[in-house]
Write a protein that binds this ligand. Structure first.
Ligand code: NDP
Length: 403
């Protein structure tokens, strides 16, 4: 059993903590800390009611490294699972180094005042973690996370090399709201409104946000419009699998979502810089977050399925020429809600966070250093996806994608 400290008490954290409590042979004691302790207490009460398990809760501002180090020491945790926001990644990595514990997150570092995310800041910690004999796992959600493990599994069992890869993320869920995001609205809107970027021919190609649209028939979900956008696993996959000639990321959005997002952007509501309002400084996107539905409240309302996966083309492992495989998971919003009280987007992120932490606590992913998911052996993680609520399927396609 491994002693774990989860930081952050939002939608993703709630799922991860419930799933940890469902695996008492791997996790225990479970500590949960966040800025607003009442949110931790609500998750602990739900875990207790569903599974009879104890979660110890704490108030913590993770930007305060000394307070985090003191809490890690007080709890005796072996790993910190960062399910707060990307802004907290570096301070939590610093706290883990100082306290001598392992680290895991689900999203790469982003400075709060600059809509820019890239791995360089976290990769710069490689030597520090290696020298300390500690493991840091970056991006153990679904995308990034499972999508990278899927790629590594294909490259280990089906393909010798990956020539091109498309990550396809479809949410066919309907929550009945005029406009709501499925995870933290601030992070979600910053990501969606950013310039689209994909890797091709050894360089990044850019296009304006939400301009490249393709219809795709998703298994379990049906036909949906998906849009080319930038996503962080494109950076790590093209770095760690240098043979990749083209890597792209696609996500589905309904017309109403796009219209709302564009209007909010056009009127300045997604701005991340402070503006004066009635003599007070406010950051428009943070005010918008206050107005929008809390994604962790959408579970009860959301119906339908999500389907996320990779289509990869490369040289077949058995030497039979070039082959294309589609590997994916289909996740049902209502089944997730019945199991842990959350919708599928939080579920598909929280379950892989739990599995990644299990890999570290079981000693399977324990190489000292800072690792992206595609750098680690995929097999035990893929087995746990099947047993922990995210079963996957792989099928061979007739040829490379035509879009
Ligand atoms: P939420 O906004 O619902 O939850 C974030 C939590 O972090 C809140 O409880 C918040 O506290 C807490 N928090 C924020 N700042 C601090 C701080 N300084 N100290 C302590 N706690 C803090 O986010 P989600 O659950 O939707 O997302 C969590 C993470 O998962 C994000 O980083 C997101 O980018 C990532 N994600 C990754 C995905 C993937 O597939 N890889 C997909 C979806 C999300 P408070 O309630 O007080 O504000």
């Amino acid at each position: 059993m491994g002693n774990v400290l989860v930081v952050g008490a939002g939608g993703v954290s709630s799922v991860a903590v419930h799933k940890m409590a469902m695996n008492p042979d791997i996790f225990g004691p479970i500590h949960l800390a966040s800025r607003t302790k009442s949110k931790c207490d609500a998750i602990a009460a739900s875990v207790k009611a569903r599974f009879g398990a104890e979660v110890t809760t704490h108030a913590l501002d993770a930007m305060d490294v000394a307070a985090t180090v003191a809490l890690i020491r007080q709890t005796g945790a072996e790993i910190v699972v960062n399910l707060a926001l990307p802004y907290q990644d570096l301070v939590l990595m610093d706290a883990c180094l100082e306290a001598g514990v392992n680290y895991l997150d689900t999203a790469n570092y982003e400075p709060e005042d600059e809509a820019k995310f890239e791995y360089s800041w976290q990769w710069a910690y490689q030597e520090k973690f290696r020298e300390a004999g500690l493991t840091a796992i970056l991006g153990s959600g679904f995308d990034p996370g499972v999508t990278s493990v899927f790629a590594t599994w294909l490259r280990k069992h089906k393909l010798k090399t990956i020539r091109q890869i498309d990550v396809l993320d479809a949410n066919g869920g309907d929550n009945g709201q005029a406009f709501a995001t499925n995870f933290n609205p601030e992070i979600n809107l910053r990501e969606v409104l950013a310039e689209a970027r994909h890797w091709e021919g050894g360089e990044w190609k850019t296009s304006p946000a939400m301009t490249h649209k393709v219809e795709f028939d998703f298994p379990g979900v049906g036909p949906k419009n998906m849009y080319l956008m930038y996503h962080e696993e494109l950076e790590s996959l093209s770095t760690h699998f240098p043979e990749i000639e083209r890597a792209r990321f696609w996500m589905t959005f309904g017309d109403a979502y796009i219209t709302h997002a564009k209007v909010l952007e056009n009127v300045g509501m997604t701005r991340i810089d402070p503006v004066m309002h009635d003599g007070k400084e406010i950051i428009p996107i943070q005010f918008l977050k206050t107005l929008l539905p809390d994604p962790s409240d959408l579970g009860e309302l959301t119906k339908g399925k999500a389907c996320i996966g990779d289509i990869a083309t490369g040289e077949a492992a058995d030497g039979s020429g070039e082959k294309t495989f589609y590997i994916y998971n289909i996740c049902d919003h209502e089944e997730c809600y019945a199991e842990v009280g959350s919708q599928a987007v939080a579920y598909t992120t929280g379950v892989p966070a739990m599995i990644g932490a299990a890999m570290v606590l079981k000693g399977i992913w324990r190489e000292p250093g800072v690792w992206n998911m595609e750098q680690l052996d995929p097999d035990a993680f893929m087995d746990m996806l099947n047993t922990q609520g995210l079963p996957w399927q792989v099928e061979e396609l007739d040829g490379p994608v035509a879009f």
